[in-house]
Design a protein around this ligand. Structure first.
Ligand SMILES: *[C@@H]1O[C@H](CO)[C@@H](O)[C@H](O)[C@H]1NC(C)=O
Ligand SMILES: *[C@@H]1O[C@H](CO)[C@@H](O)[C@H](O)[C@H]1NC(C)=O
Ligand SMILES: *[C@@H]1O[C@H](CO)[C@@H](O)[C@H](O)[C@H]1NC(C)=O
Ligand SMILES: *[C@@H]1O[C@H](CO)[C@@H](O)[C@H](O)[C@H]1NC(C)=O
Ligand SMILES: *[C@@H]1O[C@H](CO)[C@@H](O)[C@H](O)[C@H]1NC(C)=O
Ligand SMILES: *[C@@H]1O[C@H](CO)[C@@H](O)[C@H](O)[C@H]1NC(C)=O
Length: 287
């Protein structure tokens, strides 16, 4: 993914030369000179050669523990927005129940110098001009396109203007409950970063704001939570995996309104794509 000049495990002997080859390849190294993991005695080293301040996180058996580089790691919180969670909008109680644990994870990541990402629906009128029909259908509330993405959602509680459906800057697109203050404060402090997305995945297509940020900041290792586990969380995790990032699904900060089989599929495949853990596995190692 990136060429790091100091990589000790595998260095191109001649950059851009016809004799370029891997130096010191071993069967304990997986990947390529730009993007690699190394096996450790109890799991996997994902630091890609920068072991400064590395942290080992226990992962549930039998996945193998992971050693991560905090400066290259981020917590990705997906779609914990009023639109999906607020009770007055018919939001998901299972999603609301994740908030305290999600905040514990946010605080632990910040305390260890790991970035927090807010990856949320945040459409512009330009996005709507090229939005495919399936998306308008899926987000219609009355079967007509007039109630779909971009439509005015009116008022609730007599004084809250819900705003246009999932549009950037609207109240309905804001993080829900106590997460809103966390997001605003974290972004102001520079520990957190906010990324708008215009599909289920925050990493789709040739690039997105989140992907550009990952590349610019050499971030490789992503921990995922949010709603819905089988839709926007899964879509973003899977695209990140396709593009070469390390993916860890955090079960107890993820939920869905879909039938249990949908979570079963995600759980099975996320364990193959990367790792699955609960915050209770991770938090003690971050204290
Ligand atoms: C790597 O594994 C292959 C197949 O088991 C073996 O032939 C080779 O000698 C090993 N290479 C190293 C450097 O250990
Ligand atoms: C992972 O780390 C935990 C806690 O340090 C340890 O008990 C466990 O044995 C490790 N896992 C493996 C596969 O070695
Ligand atoms: C290596 O890790 C340290 C500690 O996390 C970080 O400050 C530094 O920027 C990293 N170096 C590179 C070249 O990424
Ligand atoms: C909105 O109305 C509720 C009572 O329904 C009140 O508690 C709240 O403070 C009001 N908010 C604003 C911003 O006026
Ligand atoms: C922002 O930084 C200040 C000063 O370090 C800290 O007291 C506050 O808790 C931080 N807020 C958030 C949301 O991280
Ligand atoms: C997370 O905890 C739940 C509830 O205890 C458990 O069912 C699930 O298997 C755990 N996930 C992992 C990856 O261990």
């Amino acid at each position: 993914m990136y060429l790091r000049s100091y990589t000790p495990v595998a260095i191109l002997s001649t950059i851009c030369g016809t004799t370029a080859q891997l130096v010191n390849p071993t069967n304990e190294t997986f990947g390529n000179v730009f993007n690699f993991w190394s096996k450790t005695t109890d799991g996997w080293d994902l630091t890609r050669g920068n072991s400064t301040s590395a942290i080992t996180l226990p992962m549930p058996h039998p996945a193998g523990n992971v050693t991560i580089q905090p400066a290259s790691s981020a917590l990705v919180i997906i779609d914990m927005q009023n639109f999906f969670l607020h009770p007055d909008l018919g939001g998901d109680p299972l999603g609301r129940a994740l908030v305290p644990t999600t905040i514990d994870m946010i605080h632990a990541f910040r305390a260890n110098g790991m970035k927090v990402f807010w990856t949320n629906w945040g459409l512009t009128d330009f996005d709507l001009m090229s939005m495919p029909p399936a998306f308008f259908r899926d987000f219609s509330s009355d079967g007509t396109s007039g109630s779909s993405l971009g439509s005015d959602m009116g008022m609730i509680q007599g004084n809250i203007s819900v705003g246009r459906k999932l549009m950037r800057g609207s109240w309905n697109a804001q993080p829900f409950g106590d997460l809103f203050d966390e997001q605003v404060g974290g972004v102001a402090n520079g520990t957190d970063f906010y990324f708008n997305k215009n599909r289920l995945s925050g990493m789709w297509g040739s690039s997105t704001p989140m992907q550009t940020f990952l590349q610019d900041n050499m971030i490789t290792t992503l921990f995922f939570g949010g709603v819905n586990i089988d839709q926007c969380v899964w879509g973003t995790l899977l695209d990140a995996y396709y593009k070469g990032y390390d993916v860890v699904l955090v079960d107890d900060i993820s939920a869905t309104t879909s039938p249990a089989a949908a979570t079963g599929m995600v759980d099975f495949n996320a364990a193959l794509n990367g790792w699955r853990a609960n915050s209770s596995d991770i938090l003690p190692a971050l204290m």
